[in-house]
Write a protein that binds this ligand. Structure first.
Ligand code: ADP
Ligand code: MG
Length: 328
């Protein structure tokens, strides 16, 4: 895989000419239940883009439409309408793409880990000799228990997931789709998986889409997040942006002595008194607007003994997410 280093003045930019951008344009998927003929709108007019070297996370509760989206991008199910483009082109069965679907049936249980890697490489036309060293390396890199003769069905859930990821990587795909990559996986394996995902994007410039309903995975890993609920992409942005969108005017006030929030505040702000031990009072106020913050600050400075500190704080991603899916 080619990699050019371009030197501009005093910065070096690594440019990957063969990396691929993925565009999802107005994708809709309506399932029709076979017997009842009832329809389910699993994905509704969703658009987003993933750049090379970027980790994009689709975050949403169960039934939001995440797996359906992944399967459409992977070419496994056909969208009802809309387009999926790779570098601005419509391509059927895109070869430089690998997907790890949800669950444990991504590898063959009766093959050993090494046999699985060879099997998946051969399936895509990569000859055994080309991947021999690489396959062994993946087992080591990902810490997969590969006792030579043991069938993969003896592996733990975490090991199986790591093997599924290695099997997806063995053909050196430019795009990697991971559906719930750390769901049900032990802590050590989850850590390995996260590290691998990060390296693939940051060191190798791969284009990565992952889906999850686990906040911790997104917070540490994703460059951008799309929040999806009931088939709709309801919010999108970097983690910083998402935290900002939700509560721009969240402030922590620490004042000397006892401070009782005025009754009037109940209507205007959300106030949480976090600590009040007599010596000082610590509270978090969602001031709702710049004007609201000004007023709160004036009130606090008038009515408290002394302001010790005022600090703008951020919501954690979990709260942003919950508010988004609850229509806040
Ligand atoms: P997620 O992965 O976010 O949990 P899914 O994409 O699996 O969501 O499901 C989205 C919605 O589509 C759900 O309501 C689910 O029941 C429905 N669904 C998924 N697959 C099918 C199918 N093959 N036939 C009918 N409905 C489906
Ligand atoms: Mg799913």
């Amino acid at each position: 895989m080619g990699k050019h280093k371009i030197q501009f003045a005093n910065t070096a930019i690594i440019y990957y000419p063969d990396r691929v951008k993925v565009q999802v344009e107005n994708i809709t998927k309506t399932y029709t239940k076979l017997l009842s003929k009832k329809t389910v709108e699993a994905v509704k007019n969703v658009s987003f883009e993933i750049k090379p070297g970027e980790i994009y996370a689709l975050l949403g509760p169960n039934g939001a439409g995440k797996s359906t989206l992944i399967k459409m991008i992977a070419g496994l199910i056909i969208p009802t309408s809309g387009k999926i483009l790779f570098d601005d082109k419509k391509v059927k069965n895109y070869e430089a793409l690998s997907a790890v679907l949800e669950g444990t049936r991504n590898v063959y249980w009766r093959l050993t880990p090494l046999e699985n890697l060879h099997y998946f490489a051969n399936l895509r036309g990569v000859p055994t000799r080309t991947i021999k060293a690489k396959a062994e390396q993946y087992l080591v890199d990902l810490d997969i228990d590969a006792k030579k003769k043991n069938q993969s069905r003896h592996l733990s859930r975490g090991m199986l997931q790591k093997l599924a990821i290695a099997s997806a990587l063995i053909t050196d795909p430019q795009i990697l789709l991971l559906d719930e990559p750390t769901l049900g996986v032990d802590v050590a394996s989850a850590r390995k998986i996260k590290q691998k995902i990060r390296d693939l994007a940051k060191k190798e410039g791969k284009t990565i889409l992952l889906t999850t309903h686990q906040m911790d995975l997104v917070d540490k890993l994703a460059d951008r997040v799309g929040i999806i609920n009931k088939g709709e992409l309801i919010r999108e942005g970097t983690i910083q942006e998402l935290k900002q969108i939700a509560k721009k005017y969240l402030y922590e006030f620490v004042v000397k002595g006892k401070f009782t929030p005025p009754a009037l505040w109940k209507k205007k702000y959300d106030v949480k008194v976090k600590n009040s031990n007599g010596d000082l009072t610590e509270m978090e106020i969602d001031c709702k607007s710049a004007e609201g913050f000004k007023e709160a600050l004036e009130t606090v400075s008038k009515k408290s003994e002394q302001i010790i500190s005022v600090r703008q704080t951020q919501d954690d991603l979990e709260e942003v997410f919950l508010r988004s899916v609850n229509g806040g």
